[in-house]
Structure formats: structure tokens, C-alpha cells
Design a protein around this ligand. Structure first.
Ligand code: 16G
Ligand code: ZN
Length: 548
């Protein structure tokens, strides 16, 4: 019928590149931009089907994050604003790789049947489209639109150039029936930041904080931060690498800074010692650093683990104020569960520190979808990857209780310590992006907490000392030959490798080492940490040889 012929016709205009096999992977499809037209077109179809199936707004983001400017990629945001449900990933893979339009129509037909998607009745589907600043983004966005409009009733809404987290945020709040324009996003961030600053206990903050210097990775994050700055009060930000001159992700950005542990381009010797932050190419990762004077561009890196530790410390403090009921027996405390989620890449010193604070620390495999899902099991779940992607999730139940707590006319006069702690947690819940890790909102939360504590970046960095670590990648023929378990800490195949890794690791004090197949590149990654740089290097090198 009509739907079939539209699909047949439009898909024949987007033939897949021959001999290329793509996989949805940890974070959507990514490849050289020149071969992605057909993939993005097909993901447009998928987004429309997903919207029909869920009867909700869906997001489609065109970005390759921290990868080089000539790459691009595409990923889907589900109705909650989170990642596409894992249950649909096999369909995404099949759709991207189907050889021709006849097979495509057949595949879609079968899937629509299997998933019971209401195609017959004319329904409406809404897909919000976003893209980062990559030059290939515009024509790929057009391909996505074509894919979407080949499903009857589906409507694409082009939101323009956005950070990945902005698009996820918009999808989430549109589905909650709220206004969710870009300006709403900026206002919510700046208002909740202001709220946290206003709640700083008198005397405890450093009144004059030095300026923050931000590396925008020559991408969308720097651009958006310029806009945010205009509605923001109480923070002095200077933006470097805002994209007007340099190349996206070229020796700039959070991925580069975290992996290479050097100062990004665009910084001057005079910046040494200053508090600096770095965003990645689509602004969903954030790390801090400060350059060490006369050191060949070396830095003190304050990574995702330390951001996590700062957040955890602050939240734990607020919870203990709330649960301190002395002299206020009338109030019930809320038995809020607090959990921290890390991956095997978390520095061992950070895990020790968090456990020492008395926090529950759990591990998942690499990839936001796994961490996010785990964090959602707690009243307050905080997750971060060492690379700077993470956020805080607060349960509806807790938020309601906090709401009541913050407005309750208490006997001990309003403005009690408990009320303030409740207000702070509510402000955190509004500032932080509940859909996905967000460098802009994360940055504002870090800045608010540093002011609250009266801490410099150096004081913050002293929370614990990172163990020396080394990462290597090994090119292999078939990365899927390596199979891991226990949140990627143990190799189960090929047989025998884990025993050999154990034997190597045992040679080093505080040694820890794991290998895992990358989810984004054709390599196997090796991570090692030990008590000295040299030991970490040696351990990584000898284990890399085992995999080779
Ligand atoms: C993707 C993931 C990131 C993960 C990285 C690992 C999302 C949104 N992004 O960028 O969380 O750390 O892949 O890459 O899930 P790898 O598998 O190549 O080491
Ligand atoms: Zn990113």
C-alpha cells in the first residue's frame, strides 16, 4: 500500500555504501561522515517508528562527540531523554546494514508486526533533530528528515545546532508536557545555579573566586556557553577554543586533555595554576585541570572521578543535615538510598576514597546506558566515567519529600538548616541534567559546590591522590574475540588470558589491570594502574603483549 511505496521510493535514493558494516555500539553509529547518508536516513525511519511505538517525542542527534571533525554519527534519545532502549539496538543494526530498499521494506514490515507498531491508523510522531557544529551535519540532517518523512504521519522538528545533552533534555521535558526551548534550558540552569549560590552558609565561601577558563573544544559547547554566560550571574568565565578559529577536537577538548594529560591548544603560560575546565565536542563530557608552570604543558588533571567525589561529598553532607533530627523529633527523616556508580576505568584511589566516606560504590561496564540504568536504582544515584561523562539522578519519591520538607513551617523558625539542605538538593535536581551527562550543567554544579566549600581547584584536587595509570590500545583482527565479565574486570575468552593477566598484575604493588574490546573502535583497550608511573607503564605493556 501507500506506506510501502513511499518507503521503497525514498530508500532507493539512499543506497548504503558497499562493503561497510556498521554497529549501533555504545553510543550510536559513528564513521567517516562521507559514508553516513544512508545510515542517518535509516535512523530517521527508526526514530519515526520509535515515536509511533511509544506515542512520545523522540530525539535524533547528529554528532561524533570527541572524534575528529571529518567523522560524524547519529544516535537516538528515548522518551525519557535517555539512550535508545537496548531492546531496539539489534533492529538498529539490521536496518543500518540491510543491502537494498526491497529488503529494507521487508525488514521494516516484519519489525512493525513484531513490535505491534500502529502504522495503519494515522498517528502522529514527533522527532526533535539536533546536530553539533560539524560541517557534514547539515546534509546528514537532511537525510534524517527524509527518513522521518518516509513514515506516514511522522514530523521532524529541526532544533538546529545543539549540545547532545540539550537535545536529550528537550525530549525529556517535552514528554512531561513542559515548555522545553533552548532558552528554558538556559534559564533553568542559571536559576538553579543562583539558588545554590544564595544558599551558601555565610562566611564559608571565598567571596572572590578567580575566573574559570573553559576549553570549548572548538565545538558546540563553547558556543552555547557564550549564550549561557549572558544569563548567568555570580561566575566569571573566560572561554577559549570557542570554534571561531581552531579545528574541532584538534588537540583540544575533554577527551584529549583526559587521555593525554596535557594543556589543550589555546592556553597561555600565564594560565598556569588557574582553574580550567574542558568540554568535549558535543559537550556531554567535562573535566577540570590546572596547568603546571614550566612543565612542558603538563597538567594536574581533575577527572570525572574527582567530579563524582565532589558531588558525592556535597550530597552526603546535605543528607546528613536532613537526617540530623536532634531537637526536632516531629520530623520524619527519609531513608534515602545513596549510590555511586563507576566503571573499571575509575581510578582505584577514587573508589577507596568514596568507600571511605561510607558510600555504596557499584560497577558497570563502560557506556552511559549501563551506568545510568544502575544509578536509577537509588533515591540518589551519582554516576561518572573517568572521562567526564556523568550526572546525578534523584527519585520522584525523594523529590516530593524534599518539596514538603523545604516548605514545611518548622517550629524552629523557617530557614532552618534542614530546610536549606532540602532546598539545596532541590536546586541540584534542577541544575543537573536528569537525561544524560551534561558538561554545562555539570560545570555549574562544580562551581557552585566549590564556592559553597570555599575551595580552590587545588584543595579539591587534594581529596585524594590518583594512582598512576596507563591506557594502551592494541589493534586486533577481531575485537569481539575478547569477552569480559564482572563489569569488564575479567576476561572470560580467550581462555587462559585472565590467568596470565593475574600473574603479571601480582608483580606490582597496588597493581590493577584489565582489558576490554572498545565499543567505538576496532581495538582492544588495556588499562593498568600501580603505585608508580613506571610500574603502571610496564604492567600495561606486558599485558598488551598478551592480547596481541
Ligand atoms: C562512548 C560512550 C562513553 C564511553 C566510550 C568508551 C556514551 C554516550 N558514550 O563514547 O560513555 O566511555 O564510548 O569508548 O555512552 P570505548 O568503548 O571505545 O572505550
Ligand atoms: Zn561527547
Amino acid at each position: 500500500e501507500k506506506q510501502r511505496s513511499i518507503l521503497l521510493d525514498s530508500s532507493s535514493r539512499f543506497p548504503p555504501p558497499p562493503g561497510v558494516k556498521l554497529s549501533y555500539g555504545t553510543a550510536g553509529f559513528r564513521a567517516d561522515a562521507t559514508i553516513l547518508q544512508s545510515t542517518v536516513f535509516r535512523v530517521g525511519i527508526l526514530a519515526a517508528l520509535r515515536s509511533l511505538k511509544t506515542q512520545s517525542v523522540i530525539g535524533l542527534m547528529i554528532t561524533a562527540s570527541h572524534n575528529k571533525v571529518s567523522d560524524n554519527g547519529v544516535k537516538i534519545a528515548d522518551p525519557s531523554g535517555g539512550m535508545l532502549t537496548q531492546a531496539w539496538e539489534p533492529f538498529a543494526d539490521a536496518l543500518a546494514n540491510v543491502p537494498d530498499s526491497l529488503h529494507l521494506v521487508q525488514l521494516v514490515d516484519d519489525f512493525v508486526m513484531k513490535e505491534n507498531i500502529p502504522l495503519e491508523v494515522v498517528q502522529s510522531a514527533v522527532i526533535l533533530l539536533g546536530r553539533d557544529t560539524r560541517p557534514s551535519g547539515e546534509s546528514l540532517l537532511e537525510a534524517a528528515k527524509q527518513g522521518i518523512s518516509s513514515i506516514v504521519g511522522a514530523v521532524a522538528v529541526d532544533m538546529g545546532v545543539l549540545t547532545t545533552p540539550q537535545l536529550h533534555w528537550m525530549v525529556r521535558f517535552r514528554n512531561k508536557g513542559m515548555k522545553a526551548t533552548e532558552m528554558d534550558y538556559f534559564n533553568q540552569l542559571s536559576n538553579s545555579f543562583r539558588c545554590l549560590i544564595d544558599l551558601i552558609p555565610p562566611g564559608s565561601s571565598v567571596n572572590v573566586m578567580d575566573k574559570l577558563i573553559v576549553d570549548g573544544a572548538n565545538g558546540v559547547g563553547g558556543e552555547k556557553l557564550q549564550v549561557l554566560k549572558k544569563v548567568l550571574h555570580g561566575l566569571d568565565i573566560q572561554i577559549r577554543n570557542s570554534g571561531k578559529e581552531g579545528v574541532l577536537n584538534d588537540e583540544v577538548g575533554a577527551d584529549y586533555v583526559q587521555k593525554e594529560k596535557v594543556v589543550p591548544r589555546g592556553f597561555a603560560p600565564a594560565d598556569a595554576g588557574m582553574r580550567c575546565a574542558s568540554l568535549d565536542g558535543d559537550a556531554d563530557r567535562l573535566v577540570y585541570f590546572s596547568a603546571i608552570q614550566n612543565s612542558n604543558n603538563r597538567i594536574r588533571l581533575v577527572d570525572g572521578d574527582k567530579i563524582l567525589s565532589l558531588f558525592a561529598l556535597f550530597i552526603k553532607e546535605q543528607l546528613s543535615i536532613l537526617n540530623d533530627n536532634e531537637g526536632d523529633r516531629e520530623t520524619n527523616s527519609y531513608p534515602a538510598t545513596l549510590g555511586v556508580v563507576q566503571t573499571a576505568y575509575a581510578n582505584g584511589a577514587s573508589t577507596d576514597y568514596l568507600k571511605h566516606l561510607g558510600l555504596e560504590v557499584v560497577f558497570t561496564p563502560t557506556g552511559v546506558k549501563y551506568l545510568h540504568e544502575k544509578a536509577a536504582e537509588y533515591d540518589i544515584g551519582i554516576y561518572f566515567e573517568a572521562n567526564g561523562h556523568g550526572t546525578i539522578l534523584l527519585s520522584e519519591g525523594l523529590l516530593q519529600w524534599l518539596d514538603g520538607r523545604s516548605s514545611e513551617p518548622s517550629l524552629t523558625s523557617k530557614g532552618s538548616e534542614q530546610q536549606k539542605a532540602a532546598l539545596r538538593l532541590l536546586a541540584v535536581s534542577k541544575l543537573i541534567n536528569p537525561a544524560v551527562g551534561d558538561a554545562l550543567s555539570g560545570l555549574l554544579l562544580v562551581e557552585a559546590i566549590l564556592q559553597h566549600m570555599g575551595w580552590s581547584i587545588h584543595r579539591w584536587n587534594e581529596l585524594y591522590h590518583d594512582l598512576p595509570s596507563r591506557q594502551l590500545k592494541v589493534k586486533v583482527v577481531e575485537r569481539s574475540a575478547v569477552v569480559t565479565a564482572n563489569a569488564e574486570t575479567v576476561v572470560v575468552r580467550p581462555l587462559g588470558i585472565q590467568e596470565a593477566i593475574n600473574a603479571e598484575t601480582a608483580k606490582y604493588p597496588r597493581g590493577r589491570c584489565f582489558v576490554r574490546p572498545s565499543g567505538t573502535e576496532d581495538v582492544v583497550r588495556v588499562y593498568a594502574e600501580a603505585s608508580t608511573e613506571e610500574a603502571a607503564d610496564n604492567l600495561a605493556n606486558s599485558v598488551a603483549q598478551l592480547v596481541d
